[in-house]
Design a protein around this ligand. Structure first.
Ligand code: MGD
Ligand code: MGD
Ligand code: SF4
Ligand code: MO
Length: 787
């Protein structure tokens, strides 16, 4: 990859020392994808500020982005590969490390078949170019069905509902933040998370702008979050019951004749069946279960219908719950019924520069669920993935079928890329044991942490300043179409290997090409992609010679050449000359602050890939799951826990995110630690009084998967009967190398879960609205001894 800096700004204030320069870097630390201007001195990043000229983020930056220099230069980052020898992980050369990978994986595949190799992809894969470009190739080369990703701890319900509604799991509508009149946020706290499945630098500023232009913001969240504090209305719902509330809103729209599908009408299937199916889920029927007055539910529906334009948007609190897919589906049903789907100011489908060019409308292949099932519990695959919550059992449960039944064999090897499931998935203690029992495990990760310490080989990517960046993933969900590329801000340190090359070599190792030129992997992808493009009558390169096209690609290496190819074949591309004004890598490099591609535009019916070629409003898998939602209503007529009534000590657990933290891996960056970013159990004052908890005092929390202790933080920002503990903590394991994180390890909330609670359609773990029991714990040992 080129190490050329892309911009040389001289700060206006002070004369810069000779060796100071500025380099641009798209921030990879959350989904907002802000443009950063990094100060580089003596070959190191010493400062970061928002790039005011960035076409999308316009100078916005948050504390995580500002901490980029500290994060980039964290001394605990691994500098060289680690290889296990005599039971111990030791630094090794790259060649030795990849030899060990090839030698570790090949015998497992030979003896137990490809499905015995599991692949775990964690969240940062969507924040790196490597993570977008290579895992699909890796999976193809391996031929394994044992894929587990963070999606089943996160947004898989949304993929499934989109797959069913629109025929494409990636057709996820995003709220038209900058133009909507009315925004209904469900289980999202973008003021802290900076937004998710809705890429929008300065989400908080955009919410304030919505209010300032006379728009309305409503937040549904059991906690009075910083986002809720910006809202016109905050509804503190009982966790896990949003599906009921949204279904009742749909019922109101039908019952009060407020359904106005407008231009969508001709593209809809299943409207009558939908009306009938939800007819008995009335606001009065769900009010107690949701602990939201029926009148409030009616008002939510009426206001949504009355708004000139509106968007309904749900995130983590609507996904990682027992009815995750149903709730995600209802979010878009509401968008459809109010005519807001695919309308300016409503919820629109972005069109990113590396998307496939739009196809002609018509029937598509549809979306299938459960094409195969997990071995132990029979969980259906979704989008080619099995539930990450089931990873441990897929390793530690012996196969029953013997050598003639290859389908019933446990996982024997694991490839974990940018994943820390020991902390991020349910029951890390069981998973740790399972990982320890594998024949072989390789991790691609910058840290030796709770998960990677079990690997036989750890392959560390370079710090982010040494990587180029293009947002393949998040541009698909961005509130404005744009394209930005930042080449590496710094050259690779000696002994470092680009993460793209690490991935390519990993592909080579599993494809039996160990030791070959990693560039061959990219060239193979380029050949195959171009061959397909020239065969496609709708492509601008139809009928051309793929080799000649490949020869015209620019870029300093495989990843850049692939980016160039995707841009040129994409919806804004130059089509290799078909459109002289179109996008290419060269054009993008000439515009280091990015290229604005305009506001989101309606895309129906071209985006639909359902078999009917229409929006399938009441798909069969949803219909099959709906009785479960109705049963929940019947099971809890009096409401149950979550409202402070019932058995003292039994409460519903939800999570939360802190602005200066990110999942499990940023607790090692000193400037981001401390302050409000702490692993405390938020408890309502009335619950604290009933249970006998004191502010700051230790609380023993017991769940199906185990028991943990965390300090109480008594606050009325959580509703009665609900407690909140953040995830990503529990940095107290031996054999890790995250010294700052270990100083304040926190407790692992996911140890409270046993991994059996899943949203059945998507296989997503239920991480919110989980029943746990609280008791005052013994104060720390120093205070318990004889006085
Ligand atoms: N209880 C509860 N649990 C949750 C959640 C919750 O809300 N509540 N949220 C869930 C969600 S939404 C998610 S996405 C998951 C996240 O869970 P994971 O996917 O496990 O992600 P992280 O915790 O972010 O850990 C990512 C790993 O990637 C490594 N890493 C960082 N940068 C890079 C890089 O550039 N390259 C590579 N190769 N590795 C890198 C880190 O060192 C770390 O080991 O957690 C889930 N778990
Ligand atoms: N600072 C920071 N930013 C991040 C991350 C981070 O860890 N830190 N993680 C990134 C990742 S991987 C993701 S996926 C996104 C997530 O982005 P968000 O979804 O915006 O993040 P959360 O803060 O988890 O917000 C979920 C909200 O749902 C609420 N909630 C819990 N249960 C329920 C329920 O049953 N019903 C309703 N209505 N609400 C409920 C919680 O109280 C919480 O406020 O954030 C990303 N950005
Ligand atoms: S909001 Fe997200 S992308 Fe922007 S600076 Fe902060 S962490 Fe980086
Ligand atoms: Mo996530």
């Amino acid at each position: 990859m080129p190490a050329t800096p892309v911009a040389h700004h001289v700060p206006a204030s002070a004369p810069a020392p000779a060796k100071t320069r500025t380099a641009l870097r798209i921030c990879p630390l959350c989904e907002a994808t802000c443009g950063l201007a990094l100060t580089i001195e003596e070959g190191r990043v010493t400062g970061a500020r928002g790039d005011r000229d960035d076409v999308f983020s316009r100078g916005f930056i948050c504390p995580k982005g500002a901490a980029f220099p500290a994060l980039d230069s964290d001394p605990d980052r691994l500098r060289a590969p680690l290889v296990r020898k005599d039971g111990e992980l030791r630094e090794a050369g790259w060649e030795e490390a990849f030899d060990a990978v090839a030698a570790g994986l090949a015998p497992v595949v030979a003896a137990h078949g490809p499905h015995s190799v599991g692949v775990v992809l964690g969240n940062p894969n969507v924040h790196t170019m490597a993570g977008a470009l290579y895992p699909p190739v890796l999976l193809g080369a391996l031929g394994t069905r044992s894929l587990f990703t963070a999606s089943t701890l996160d947004q898989m319900p949304k993929h499934v509902s989109s797959g069913l509604l629109f025929g494409d799991p990636f057709a996820i509508p995003v709220p038209d933040l900058d133009r909507t009149d009315h925004l209904l946020l469900i289980g999202a706290n973008p003021v802290e998370s900076n937004g998710s499945l809705c890429t929008a630098p300065d989400f908080p500023g955009r919410l304030k702008a919505l209010r300032a232009r006379g728009g309305t913001l409503t937040v549904i969240d059991p906690r009075r979050t910083r986002t809720a504090r910006l809202a016109d209305r905050h509804v503190a719902i009982r966790p896990g019951t949003d599906g009921l509330l949204l279904a009742a809103m749909v019922q109101v729209l039908f019952a009060e004749d407020l359904v106005r599908t407008g231009a969508l009408a001709e593209h809809l299937d299943g409207l009558d069946a939908l009306r009938e199916a939800l007819a008995d889920i009335t606001p009065d029927a769900v009010a107690t279960a949701c602990d939201v007055p029926a009148d409030t539910i009616r008002a939510l529906a009426r206001d949504l219908a009355a708004a000139p334009t509106a968007a309904v948007y749900g995130r983590i609190g609507s996904n990682t719950v027992a009815f995750g897919t149903l709730t995600s589906w209802l979010v878009d049903v509401l968008n459809v019924l109010t005519g807001n789907l695919d309308r300016v100011g409503g919820a629109l489908f972005p069109l990113s520069a590396t998307d496939r060019a739009p196809r002609r409308p018509g029937p598509g292949r549809g979306f299938a669920l459960g094409r195969w099932r997990s071995r132990v519990s029979g969980h259906p695959e979704a989008k080619g993935e099995l539930p990450l919550a089931a990873l441990a059992e897929e390793i530690d449960t012996p196969g029953g079928g013997g050598p003639d039944s290859p389908a019933d064999r446990p996982l024997r090897a694991l490839i974990a890329i940018a994943a820390n499931p020991v902390l991020s998935a349910p029951d890390g203690a069981r998973l740790e044991k399972a990982l320890g029992s594998l024949d072989f495990m390789v991790a691609v990760d910058p840290y030796l942490n709770e998960t990677t310490r079990h690997a036989d080989v750890v392959l560390p990517p370079p710090p982010p300043a040494q990587s180029a960046h293009y947002d393949f993933a998040f541009n698909i969900f961005a509130v404005r179409n744009q394209a930005r590329y930042t080449p590496a801000a710094l050259p690779l340190d000696e002994g470092r290997m680009a993460e793209t090359e690490i991935h390519a070599r990993l592909v080579a190792a599993v494809a039996g090409m160990h030791g070959s030129d990693p560039g061959a992997v990219d060239e193979l992808v380029i050949q195959q992609t171009l061959a397909k493009a020239v065969a496609d009558p709708a492509s601008p390169v139809h009928g051309q010679d793929p080799a000649a096209l490949a020869a015209r690609l620019t870029g300093a290496g495989g990843p850049e050449r692939r980016l160039d190819m995707m841009l040129r074949l994409g919806p804004y591309g130059d089509g290799f000359g078909a459109d002289a004004e179109g996008l290419s890598l060269e054009r993008l490099l000439a515009r280091p602050h990015g290229i604005d591609l305009g506001p989101l535009r309606p895309r129906l019916p071209g985006i639909l890939r359902t078999r009917s070629g229409r929006v399938e409003l009441f798909p069969e898998p949803v219909a099959r799951d709906l009785p479960r939602l109705k049963d929940a209503l019947a099971d809890a007529p009096g409401g149950g826990p979550g409202d402070g009534s019932g058995e003292p000590g039994t409460v519903l657990l939800v999570g939360r995110r802190h602005l200066r933290s990110n999942n499990s891996w940023m607790h090692n960056v000193r400037p981001l630690t401390g302050g409000s970013n702490r692993c405390t159990l938020q408890v309502h004052p009335e619950d604290a009084a009933r249970i006998g908890l004191t502010d700051g005092g230790p609380v023993r929390i017991t769940g199906a998967g185990g028991q943990i202790t965390a300090p109480a933080e008594i606050t009325d920002t959580v509703r009665r009967g609900v407690v909140s503990l953040p995830h990503g903590w529990g940095h107290d394991r031996p054999g890790t190398r995250m010294s700052v994180a270990a100083e304040d390890p926190g407790a692992n909330v996911n140890q409270l879960l046993d991994g059996t609670l899943l949203d059945p359609l998507s296989g997503t773990a239920v991480l919110n609205g989980v029943r746990v029991h609280l008791a005052a714990a013994q104060p720390p040992a120093t205070q318990t001894g004889p006085r």
